[in-house]
Design a protein around this ligand. Structure first.
Ligand code: NAD
Length: 275
């Protein structure tokens, strides 16, 4: 059994606070990466239809021999429209080789298409059928959530957003807290670019005898975020998991808060419409 704490969701279920992300890992490589993560103790895996690696991820899950109920598998809908999402979900389950996922997310709001409310109805249906134990969104700004909440029957359990010390997303985090939505951080390590080389982070890492990546993951965990760091390097997969035996103090957390540069690495949700 893993040592990872769980975070309660607004539907009575829970999610492991640390999971394994597989964006940009080719299908041929993902089976060994996920296999190593599961052997290390990760029980949560974050994939998406658009990543093109659901098949290899499913192969790693099957090969692990772990009981299905010990795992927490997330995938995401890219294309939108009610019936399109229903079809896409079936295809994802088929590729994963699973009967259900633990979390299904609407990947981006893509506001120019104006389809996210009707797409959410498809997620609600999949949820009602028990084929996604929890449903949520990703990359939704508070304005998108406002609109969704006006019309939704099910409040999203999670919003998965870009979030790291250089882009701390204060407004979204407060919005989520006020509405019972868990914040899940994508690119929690800032994609390994820049952030991990920051001298201030280096000083904190030295102070704790840990790596910069481990210190950043502690910042997330102590703020209550769910994190899904990605690596294909076995030693880093293990390093990113070994973050439950030290604690940052309040001064350390404040120091990390000071790294805020409002530095977005990915697309802006208001303008990303590439369906
Ligand atoms: P990340 O912040 O997890 O950084 C990953 C990179 O950091 C690695 O490729 C490697 O270069 C480096 N790295 C990892 N561990 C390290 C370590 N211990 N020491 C030094 N360097 C290390 O970035 P990410 O992959 O963009 O995000 C994580 C996951 O979030 C993705 O795999 C995916 O599952 C999810 N994600 C979701 C969305 C979305 O739109 N919902 C977008 C991007 C990513």
């Amino acid at each position: 059994m893993s040592t990872v704490p769980t975070i309660p969701l607004n539907n009575g279920r829970s999610i492991p606070q640390l999971g394994f992300g597989v964006w940009q890992v080719p299908d041929e490589e993902v089976t060994s990466a996920v296999g190593h993560a599961l052997a290390t103790g990760y029980r949560s895996v974050d994939t998406a239809a658009i990543y093109g690696n659901e098949k290899g991820t499913g192969q790693a899950i099957a090969a692990s021999g772990l009981p299905r109920e010990e795992l927490f598998i997330t995938t995401k809908a890219w294309k939108q429209g009610h019936d399109t999402v229903l079809r896409e979900f079936d295809a994802s389950l088929e590729r994963l080789g699973l009967e259900y996922v633990d979390l299904y997310l609407l990947h981006w709001p893509m506001p120019a298409h104006d389809l996210y409310v009707e797409s959410w109805r498809a997620l609600e249906r999949i949820h009602a059928e028990g084929r996604a134990r929890s449903i949520g969104v990703s990359n939704f700004l508070p304005e998108h959530l406002d609109r969704l909440l006006e019309q939704a029957t099910v409040v999203p359990a999670i919003n998965q957003i870009e979030l790291h010390p250089q882009f701390p997303q204060q407004a979204s985090r407060e919005y989520h807290r006020a509405h019972g939505i868990v914040t899940e951080a994508w690119s929690p390590l800032g994609q390994g670019k820049g952030l991990l080389d920051h001298p201030t982070l280096g000083e904190l890492a030295t102070k704790h005898g840990r790596s910069p990546a481990q210190v950043v993951l502690r910042w997330h965990l102590q703020l209550g975020h769910v994190v899904i760091p990605k690596s294909v390097t076995p030693a880093r997969i293990e390093e990113n998991f070994a973050v439950f035996d030290f604690t940052l103090d309040d001064a350390d957390l404040k120091t990390l808060d000071s790294l805020d540069e409002d530095r977005r690495l990915g697309s802006h949700p208001a303008t990303m419409n590439d369906m």
